[in-house]
Design a protein around this ligand. Structure first.
Ligand SMILES: Cc1ncc(COP(=O)(O)O)c(C=O)c1O
Length: 386
């Protein structure tokens, strides 16, 4: 019990237990096959684990540099230059973070002031809006149509005002699995050119893009890159979401400001893991093999569902597939997600909670970053639904 004279008001009065926790708890209670939360259920590469052990045995157990271990920043810089032809100086333009979440929170905190507007494309991953609100900012939504989840750039442009401080984009996109094309990025660049907006580009699924498409990083586009924080996650790329390590890259002036917040929020990130990542990244196959690795899983999932009553547009990137259930039932996505867990022992994520006003799209999100046998079990269940 808190003392009766201790009073406070919530800075996030509307924050509830997230749908991930609710679904996850129900899934565990019913021992369900879990395709809800976005994490792999297969093992981490032994080589990566032993690199962490080696780093600990070699004595790298104290604070790392505030900006991140230099050797890691160097190889991140080389990776971006090779893939996207953009040079970020490891000394001043790259910072290692506690997952992409901390990079996102820090960038928002460093730049969003009271009353500033931030454009958020819905459906949106759930960590953006609380960070905006905690900093006194105002989220301004652009709701994407369920039919394709493509951005209407005219509508986007109409939402900009002289109060817009930041625009948040996410490609490949969670939860829809859509990717931004080069044309999308050029449109965004043109629209923002005359503005004073910073871009927060959430690219945590940068290496999970299918069907021969290329990831269109904000860093590829001259004018966009000058105003962007590009955020990435080793958790997603190397199947280690529990290690919470990522990074962001931005031009020096922006990064200078970012680090002022970073150094007092976390100061630095797990040192032995940074050493291990630096060594592991030297073999580019470790990330270049990801599209085919995950495309095989996506194809297995889709092929298995071709005769089911669910319909879908193939995921273009991320490890999520949306399934449209409107031929099966008119239930809300939350009701159906709960019924699938309780009656069929299969967990998924209802995406209405990612939408503006919890709009119902008649789709559920399934994560296929799972072992073959888990995907096969899920297929069997989904095919048995009348
Ligand atoms: C779109 C998106 N951004 C950010 C994150 C968080 O990444 P990290 O675990 O590296 O903090 C996730 C994790 O699910 C995500 O899906």
């Amino acid at each position: 019990m808190t003392p009766s004279n201790l009073r406070f008001s919530s800075k996030l009065p509307n924050a509830k237990t997230t749908i991930f926790t609710t679904v996850g708890n129900l899934a565990r209670k019913h021992n369900a096959v879990d395709l809800s939360q976005g994490f792999p259920n297969f093992e981490v590469d032994e080589k990566l684990k032993s690199l962490v052990t080696d780093a600990m045995q070699s004595g790298h157990n104290q604070y790392a540099a505030m900006q991140g271990y230099y050797g890691l920043r160097e190889i991140i810089s080389q990776k971006i230059e090779t893939l996207h032809n953009r040079s970020y100086h490891p000394e001043t333009e790259i910072t290692v973070t506690v997952g992409a979440t901390q990079a996102i929170f820090t960038a928002i905190t460093a730049f969003v002031n009271h009353g500033d507007e931030v454009i958020v494309l819905k459906p949106a991953y759930d960590c953006y809006e609380p960070a905006i609100t905690l900093n006194g900012g105002v989220p301004v939504y652009v709701q994407l149509d369920a039919d394709g989840y493509r951005v209407n750039w005219q509508e986007f442009k109409n939402k900009l005002s002289d109060k817009t401080r930041m625009v948040i984009i996410n490609t490949p996109h969670n939860p829809s699995g859509r990717i931004f094309s080069k044309e999308d990025m050029l449109q965004l660049q043109d629209i923002l050119r005359p503005t004073n907006c910073i871009v927060l580009s959430d690219e945590v699924y940068e290496h999970i893009v299918f069907d021969g498409n290329e990831h269109q990083s904000a860093s590829r586009f001259e004018d966009l890159a000058q105003r962007s924080f590009v955020c990435a996650s080793f958790g997603k790329t190397f199947h280690v979401t529990g290690w919470k390590i990522g990074y962001c890259a931005a031009p020096e002036e922006l990064m200078h400001e970012f680090r002022k917040t970073h150094q007092f929020a976390v100061f630095c990130v797990d040192h032995p893991v940074q050493r291990a990542m630096a060594a592991y990244l030297k073999n580019e196959e470790h990330y270049l093999s990801l599209p085919s690795f995950y495309q095989e899983k996506r194809d297995l999932f889709q092929e298995g569902l071709k005769d089911s009553r669910f319909t879908f547009k193939p995921s273009e990137g991320t490890y999520f597939q949306l399934l449209d259930y409107t031929e099966i039932t008119t239930e809300s996505d939350e009701d159906l997600a709960k019924r699938l867990i309780v009656d069929y022992k299969l967990a998924s994520i209802p995406i209405s909670s990612f939408n503006e006003h919890n709009r119902q799209d008649g789709v559920l999100r399934f994560c296929f970053a799972k072992k073959r046998e888990t995907i096969e079990k899920a297929i069997q269940i989904l095919n048995s639904i009348p």
